[in-house]
Design a binder for this molecule. Structure first.
Ligand SMILES: [Mg+2]
Length: 103
């Protein structure tokens, strides 16, 4: 798989093909759990609305990315035509068209 930043969790790598659907559901749940942990860090703000737990936010944001990359890995195994690297480019092009990036 190309495009990912983090190593693939061994439980995903060694998952037998017949269990990929179940593993995908579990990994999607993992993304949700990491999102909740990120949300908990976001709630740690001071009276002026400034986030005070920057290192916690960084860690949890990267946990979300790591878990989401696991979803992408499983999807690619289940549907080899759905390649993460192609979709990274697709998402970049989509957002470029929306004017999200510098010219
Ligand atoms: Mg976490």
């Amino acid at each position: 798989m190309s495009g990912q930043r983090f190593p693939i969790h061994k439980a995903l790598k060694t998952c037998p093909d017949e269990n990929l659907g179940f593993m995908l559901l579990e990994q999607l749940e993992k993304v949700g759990e990491e999102m909740e942990e990120l949300g908990a860090c976001m709630e740690e703000t001071d009276d002026h609305g400034v986030f005070i737990n920057a290192s916690g936010l960084m860690e949890e944001a990267l946990d979300v990315i790591h878990a989401a990359e696991g979803v992408a890995y499983l999807l690619e195994r289940m549907h080899p035509q759905v390649r993460m690297s192609d979709y990274v480019n697709y998402v970049i092009e989509k957002n470029k068209a929306r004017g999200y990036y510098d010219a």
